[in-house]
Write a protein that binds this ligand. Structure first.
Ligand code: CS2
Length: 475
């Protein structure tokens, strides 16, 4: 490793205007880049305090670099680097929850944004409502220093109300359906259980714009760090590597209108993001998950490797054309078939090593909005959706915990133990499908009954012939 380390420039540091919860690679490759470019174009004090809700890894990597890091755009024919300097500080919530609340309660902070992943909202995936039995919510109901993202938001808003400050805007950037409404719902529900008057104040004064976010950003690996050192000549302990494409549609609904000039950075500020969100969750994330489970089972390590297999590329094209696009009302001016073509090119980008295992994570929290809603949309009009049923069967085989060669799969999912127990107790493939379809946190019972036969048939294909054959035969 060369001796020189990435250092921050002498550029003046903006004041803090944003606290961001969930400082993973995605936010640093996406939201932070937009904020940096918005400030470059139009100024404003929109420096970011990043909060890691779990581990100290990112803070420890970024601290010696004074919170600067490299954003690397990986195109099919080369790369570009950009140093991002919007972070003013990084806090690790479990180490000092009070410091996080103080940062959020600071009246200079106008926005609290979130990328805490689907499970971070502590909701029931099948309904979108707060899960009051979630252990972190149980904790947060009775302690002033919270553990969950909704808990931090509610307690910080409580401090602001008590101090006579306006609320911050809560801007979710996670891939959830109607994500603004969802986070508003869980925050109000939790607040109401703590202090009804606080819930009323938030309901009246708070703002929860929905957003659609899109940039493929695999987790950074040790190899990536070495690669960035070779590219730049300095050592960056926490670079982010991502595709060139990016798209952000934001509902323009902020407390007092206070926000960075996101439009100057290329974001679309719209009145309603529903159309963008449906398109992205169903067309992109839905096929990402389908390819992740089936590709993993077929032995592929990355999405690019998976779609390099012609059977899988044909499978995903057919999914878009026959089962997904017909359920999506495209945003004005967008052609869904062009969108699908562009997606396949993005997936095929060989420079992006997006592991099927990474996308397969947390499937119980992802399936409803990515695949099950689309399945329901097909059933409503009497259209069969065999490819989506195969994707559900792929998830079921995956969470059983053994791959096609008999090797153990490391299944990461908040429901992993429950799902595994169902699979271990099942006497047959059909029995396993029955057991998993009965998990109400994931499958609404009416839908489960409607898809049981097709998912069982798909699961039997998968178990009998393996994922590659099942995908090839599904055409
Ligand atoms: C992926 C997403 O990990 C996953 O589940 O489907 O993170 C995906 O890469 C992004 O939503 C792309 O914008």
């Amino acid at each position: 490793m060369p001796g020189n380390r990435l250092t921050r420039s002498n550029a003046p540091r903006p004041g803090v205007g944003i606290v961001h919860l969930g400082l993973g690679a995605f936010y640093r490759a996406f939201g932070a880049v937009y904020v940096a470019e918005a400030m470059q174009a139009s100024g404003g004090d929109w420096g970011v305090v990043g909060v890691s809700l779990q581990s100290a890894t990112t803070r420890d990597a970024l601290a010696p670099q004074d919170w600067a890091y490299t954003s690397v755009t990986l195109g099919p024919d080369g790369e570009q680097t950009q140093v991002i300097e919007v972070l003013n500080n990084v806090l690790v919530a479990p180490e000092d929850p009070a410091a996080v609340l103080r940062a959020m309660a600071d009246p200079a902070v106008k926005i609290v944004s979130l990328t805490v992943t689907e499970k971070g909202y502590c909701h029931a995936p099948a309904t979108g409502a707060l899960n009051p039995d979630h252990p972190d919510i149980q904790h947060d109901l009775t302690h002033d220093l919270p553990r969950s993202a909704p808990g931090y938001i509610v307690r910080a808003l409580q401090m602001r109300q008590a101090a006579g400050h306006p609320p911050f805007t809560v801007m979710t950037c996670d891939n959830l359906p109607e994500n603004g409404k969802l986070v508003r719902g869980v925050v109000l529900d939790l607040a109401r259980r703590i202090e009804p008057a606080l819930a009323d104040w938030i309901a009246e004064n708070g703002r929860f714009p929905a957003t659609m976010v899109d940039r493929i950003t695999p987790a950074t690996t040790a190899d990536d760090i070495a690669r960035v050192t070779a590219m730049t000549g300095y050592h960056d302990a926490a670079p982010v590597l991502h595709e060139p494409f990016r798209q952000w549609a934001i509902e323009d609904d902020f407390v007092g209108g206070a926000r960075p000039d996101f439009g100057a950075a290329g974001a679309e500020l719209v009145a309603d993001v529903t159309a963008h969100e449906h398109m992205k969750l169903r067309m992109l994330n839905g096929t990402h998950s389908a390819l992740a489970y089936l590709g993993y089972l077929a032995g592929y390590e990355t999405i690019a490797e998976t779609v390099a297999d012609r059977d899988f590329a044909d499978f995903v094209r057919a999914l878009w054309r026959d089962e997904i696009a017909p359920t999506v009302a495209a945003p004005p001016g967008v052609s869904l078939s062009d969108y699908a073509d562009a997606l396949l090119d993005r997936y095929a980008n060989p420079a992006i090593r997006h592991r099927t295992w990474q996308i397969a994570m947390d499937g119980s929290q992802k399936l409803p909005q990515r695949i099950l809603g689309t399945l329901a949309g097909n059933l409503e009009v009497g259209r069969a959706a065999p490819g989506l049923c195969l994707a559900v069967a792929g998830w079921m085989q995956y969470v059983a915990g053994t791959d096609e060669k008999g090797a153990k799969i490391e299944v990461k999912d908040p429901l992993a133990a429950q799902l595994r127990a169902i699979c271990d107790n099942a006497q047959s493939v059909a029995d396993r499908v029955r057991g998993l379809l009965a998990v109400k946190a994931v499958f609404p019972p009416a839908l489960a009954a409607q898809i049981a036969a097709s998912v069982t048939a798909a699961a039997e294909q998968l178990a009998g012939h393996g994922a590659k054959q099942a995908v090839a035969r599904s055409k």
